[in-house]
Write a protein that binds this ligand. Structure first.
Ligand code: PRP
Length: 213
């Protein structure tokens, strides 16, 4: 008998895209799962259990094996650097990590960069040979250059609307981001047939756009 797959799903903007992809791959996932306040959702017909997690915590749940697999953005994978297998690029929630600033920015003596991604930002500026002080914030990062907390920010750009509305410009793109399917190393061996079957279905959907039964 097939074993239940515990899936760490990111709450919020990626959830709808990820669950739509699962449905397209033929998995019976109800439409309203993310509208409840329940955090553990048994989905016996799909052979799964969803754990609705804060996106940044998904790799932690998977690394510790409390979730067998998870869906997480490449931005979080790079920042968190957890010990998980990256199985598949799902091609959803496409955006990019960028350096952003005011249009009249010029390099000063003391440069401060605000970001939700301190490891990513520190590594990037080190590789560029630039000495900067990185300030960690938890959201509304675009505020920092507007009110003088930082000269520049490192943040995600999707449509560019947040930048435009705040009079900021994208200076450099650091890397492209999409959501990835990741697996716990032990689960990948112990539940290999279930995980492989899911990967095969998702891959078919991603590459052909087919809707599977
Ligand atoms: C993210 C990101 C940008 C914005 C980019 O913020 O940090 O602010 O989306 O999207 P856009 O290019 O389509 O405007 P999010 O909405 O996750 O909220 P946050 O301020 O809490 O980080």
């Amino acid at each position: 008998m097939a074993e239940t797959l515990k899936v760490a799903m990111p709450k919020g903007r990626i959830y709808k895209k990820a669950s739509a992809l699962f449905r397209q791959a033929g998995l019976p996932i109800p439409l309203d799962v993310d509208e409840t306040r329940k955090l553990v959702i048994p989905l016996p017909e799909a052979g799964m259990e969803f754990i609705l997690a804060k996106p940044v915590d998904v790799p932690t749940y998977v690394e510790y094996g409390v979730a067998d697999i998870g869906i997480v953005g490449k931005d979080v994978l790079i920042e968190e650097d957890k010990d998980v297998y990256e199985l598949l690029d799902l091609g959803i929630a496409r955006c990019r990590m960028s350096v952003i600033g005011l249009p009249d920015w010029t390099p000063g003596i003391r440069q401060r960069v605000a970001t939700k991604y301190p490891n990513t930002a520190s590594r990037y500026f080190r590789e560029q040979g630039q000495q900067v002080e990185v300030v960690k914030l938890n959201g509304s990062i675009e505020l920092a250059p507007l009110i003088g907390l930082a000269d520049r920010i490192v943040d995600m750009v999707e449509t560019g609307q947040t930048l435009r509305e705040n009079g900021l410009v994208e200076m450099n793109s650091i890397f492209e981001i999409t959501s990835r399917l990741v697996a716990n190393r032990v689960s990948y061996r112990m539940k290999n047939s279930e995980i492989q079957a899911l990967c095969d279905r998702l891959q078919k959907v991603i590459y052909t756009g087919e809707v599977l039964k």
